[in-house]
Design a protein. Structure first.
Lengths: 116, 117
């Protein structure tokens, strides 16, 4: 049973380009969470999705960032018109249960985005 | 809002010795979970140990144990018989158990642990 798969592992984008980060949750997991890790910082919550629904996007910047988790396929975190400040590691996690479950998250290995 | 503080940016320990990493948190919640995650150079976030706040008994997982002091809002991690593979960044994290947003992990800034041979 493969873990949470994120790709690409490394992504380099020029300022103004779009970045698309993909996350395939563990088999049987229908809850997906995205976190961002800035240099020298812990992970910070961005968005929580279930299939075809955004449950909580309170941690996501209002502009340029969007996320989806379609009925089929991986969850996508999209960053439009990237700026240098978007450079960070972006982690996806999935869980089998909804809120309150101590089964907890399984994290992917993250995508390191570098904006040049 | 919850906050998690790790006051030790870096620590080092000799192989086979014991080390304790500190974590304090601030919350008005009474029902919550606490976690320690390990992030080695591979960047993978690995769950080390977790504690349910309503349980008084400290959690233990092999060489890893916690000292959970609920009144003091302290949650330290003790690593016994340190091994070279324990070298990593360690993050303390908090999650509400019920109510709104009981799925968000709030992380501290981390402690970089180096185990020396």
């Amino acid at each position: 049973n493969a873990g949470v798969m994120q790709n690409p592992r490394h992504l380099v984008r020029r300022r103004g380009q779009e970045a698309r980060l993909r996350c395939s949750p563990m088999k049987g997991h229908s809850h997906v969470y995205w976190y961002r890790q800035l240099p020298e910082e812990g992970l910070k919550f961005m968005v929580y999705l279930q299939k075809e629904n955004i449950i909580d996007e309170s941690g996501m910047p209002k502009e340029r960032f969007s996320a989806e988790f379609p009925k089929e396929g991986p969850s996508i975190l999209r960053i439009q018109q990237v700026v240098r400040g978007d450079s960070a590691a972006y982690f996806c996690a999935s869980s089998p249960l909804g809120p309150g479950g101590l089964d907890g998250y399984t994290f992917g290995s993250g995508t390191r985005l570098t904006v040049v | 809002a919850q906050t998690v503080t790790q006051s030790q940016p870096e620590m080092s320990v000799q192989e086979a010795e014991t080390v304790t990493l500190s974590c304090t948190y601030d919350t008005s919640e009474s029902n919550y979970y606490l976690f320690w995650y390990k992030q080695p150079p591979s960047r993978q976030m690995i769950l080390v140990i977790r504690q349910e706040a309503y349980k008084q008994q400290n959690a233990t997982e092999n060489r890893f144990s916690v000292n959970f002091q609920k009144a003091a809002k302290s949650f330290s991690l003790k690593i016994s018989d340190s091994q070279l593979g324990d070298t990593a960044m360690y993050f303390c994290a908090f999650m509400k158990r019920s109510g709104g947003s009981n799925y968000k992990l709030t992380f501290g800034k981390g402690t970089l642990l180096t185990v020396n041979p």
